[in-house]
Design a protein around this ligand. Structure first.
Ligand SMILES: Nc1ncnc2c1ncn2[C@@H]1O[C@H](COP(=O)(O)OP(=O)(O)O)[C@@H](O)[C@H]1O
Ligand SMILES: [Mg+2]
Length: 557
């Protein structure tokens, strides 16, 4: 039972009532670790009478497997996918690795998810709960957010649990209603700690922890009997922030070495993959029984084929408690026990102590697969990691460049910039050097240096013209945004004309050239009258600086 959450529960009830009336809602439950997000979401699920419920969550460390989170979430709805438009259904199956790859349309999967949720809600009220949504892989997160922002009259509710902390992972909740969870007040803390510590001690703990329920639940067992009863003042320094983490690290550290090792392995495997975990334990000379003490200490629970950590922070503590060598051994064992090629490649990479072409090549292939299924951000990340593990400098540079191009496609300019700089520093062949220049030009234009970008593209086009005139033409056309940016319409017309001359008879190029010429003429037409004497006078009268001048003149009078 929840203490001190009357306001929050009332809000949730009102949203659920809304959904029963056929209005959709989306609500982000945000707050620091241990503040009670999961508990509140569970309460919402338990109270959602008459709803079909879907439950998913993000896992720390799974962020590189595209659509892993989405698959878990929508698995129960997959039979409805047949009712979606063919293209959406195919995109969804591709993303979830249930069908052949369909390529790159960025919005196909988010749109399909929206369609799927709508189809489910057609059958009755629907409640979708995603806990620890900040840990969802980027592709799943984008899809879930897209759908959450666009639900209207389906009668579907979306609840997202998101950890917010200074320096914590970013989560863009823009456009969604946010319920910010704070600590419990003194009454709530007393109710929570009733029967465990004296009321005065509850007050002291509430003060020291900011009312963080997790800290309140966990701290009493770290106190002496006399401290709990209030006979002796609290000795433990209860500095706020980070202390809950410390509590868990201490608890993990107190376990036997074999148990700690087994826990480390459990922390590295996705929840639920118990058979994979047991196989891995055997490979590193451990047994399922070694988890026993952790179960007894309440650090994990094992029910059926499901192992669950008491709290995500425990999982993090267990993972962190390993030495580097232990972590490598665990990931190597998990790679051997993995059934999925992507998971195998990923674990093998985590296990690699240094560059290894076989590992790097498998990881690069996993990155390309992620890309085909629409996980651009993960693909860029995976390709970059593959490059880091590549022994041959030229291959490493190629992979880094590829990662940079994918990152740019994913809209991650900063990562693209860093990867491109690293790639440029390596040995690239002429074709790749050209790709690098084109990307550099786009990044320059984006960063405001349009002339620099245009210069690079001109050089590259000149280099390409004798051997590959079509690519030279395409390269010239890439300068269009830069020319527009600096309002050089003659330059744009000129570049377009030269592109057309380079690739006579090429319909795609001709169509682009025609579009750009119209664009340049129109844009120039809009600008020119403004610089004519009459309109420039009008502009002067309304420009901010001019009106500021006249204001100050008025004031002086
Ligand atoms: N309002 C509450 N009343 C009683 N116990 C709570 C309350 N909120 C959270 N808890 C307990 O505190 C612990 C941490 O809460 P949890 O929901 O896991 O936090 P979060 O998901 O924000 O990290 C859990 O053991 C939970 O049962
Ligand atoms: Mg939680």
């Amino acid at each position: 039972v929840l203490h001190g959450r009357d306001r929050e529960l009332a809000l949730l009830r009102s949203r659920l009532t809304r959904a029963l009336r056929g209005e959709s809602f989306a609500l982000v439950v945000a707050g620091e670790a241990g503040i009670g997000k999961t508990a509140l979401l569970q309460e919402a699920l338990a109270g959602a009478d008459g709803f079909r419920t879907l439950h998913g969550r993000g896992y720390e460390g799974e962020a590189e497997i595209p659509y892993a989170g989405l698959l878990e979430l929508v698995r129960p709805l997959l039979d409805l996918a047949d009712a979606l438009p063919e293209q959406q259904a195919a995109a969804l199956r591709s993303a979830l690795a249930l069908g052949p790859p369909t390529g790159h349309d960025r919005f196909a999967v988010p749109v399909a998810l929206l369609g799927l949720l709508g189809a489910a809600a057609d059958e009755g009220p629907l409640l979708v709960v995603v806990d620890d949504a900040h840990w969802l892989d980027a592709a799943s997160r984008e899809a879930v957010l897209f759908a959450a922002r666009r639900l209207r009259a389906e009668g579907a509710g979306v609840l997202l649990g998101v950890r917010t902390e200074p320096g914590g992972p970013l989560f863009d909740a823009a456009g969604l209603e946010v319920l910010e969870l704070g600590g419990l007040d003194a009454a709530g803390a007393r109710a929570l700690l009733k029967d465990r510590v004296a009321a005065s001690v509850a007050d002291a703990l509430a003060g020291a922890t900011g009312g963080n329920p997790l800290a309140l639940v966990e701290l009493p067992s770290a106190l002496s009997e006399e401290e709990r009863s209030g006979l002796r003042p609290l000795s433990t320094t209860l500095a706020a922030g980070g202390q809950v983490e410390q509590l868990f690290s201490d608890r993990v550290a107190a376990l036997p070495a074999r148990t700690r090792a087994a826990l480390g392995a459990a922390a590295a495997v996705e929840d639920g993959a118990l058979s994979q975990l047991f196989a891995a334990l055997e490979r590193i000379g451990l047994a399922p029984d070694d988890l026993g003490p952790a179960e007894q200490a309440g650090v994990v629970t094992i029910r059926g084929a499901q192992l669950t950590f008491r709290h995500p922070l425990v999982r993090a503590a267990a993972y962190e408690a390993q030495t580097v060598a232990e972590r490598h051994a665990v990931h190597a064992a998990l790679a051997d026990a993995a059934v999925d090629a992507r998971a195998r490649a990923w674990h093998r990479a985590q296990a690699a102590a240094g560059p290894d072409e076989q590992v790097a090549a498998d990881l690069a292939a996993a990155g390309e697969d992620a890309l085909e299924r629409g996980g651009r951000s993960e693909a860029a990340q995976t390709l970059a990691r593959a490059a880091d593990l590549t022994p041959d400098p030229a291959t490493a540079a190629h992979r880094r460049l590829r990662a940079a191009l994918v990152a740019h496609d994913a809209g991650e300019a900063e990562r693209a910039e860093a990867l491109l700089a690293a790639a440029e520093a390596g040995p690239l062949d002429d074709d790749r050097r050209g790709d690098a220049r084109r990307l550099r030009a786009l990044l320059l234009a984006r960063a405001g240096d349009a002339p620099g970008g245009i210069r690079l593209l001109e050089q590259e086009a000149a280099r390409l013209a004798p051997s590959d005139p079509r690519l030279a033409a395409t390269t010239l056309l890439l300068s269009a945004p830069g020319h527009m940016h600096v309002a050089d319409f003659d330059g744009l017309q000129d570049a377009a004309a030269r592109a057309a001359a380079l690739a006579p008879g090429d319909e795609a190029i001709a169509a682009q050239v025609a579009d750009l010429s119209v664009l340049a003429r129109n844009a120039a037409g809009r600008i020119v009258p403004r610089t004519s004497p009459r309109s420039s006078r009008r502009r002067a009268a309304t420009s901010p600086r001019a009106s500021a001048r006249s204001r100050s003149r008025r004031r002086r009078r």
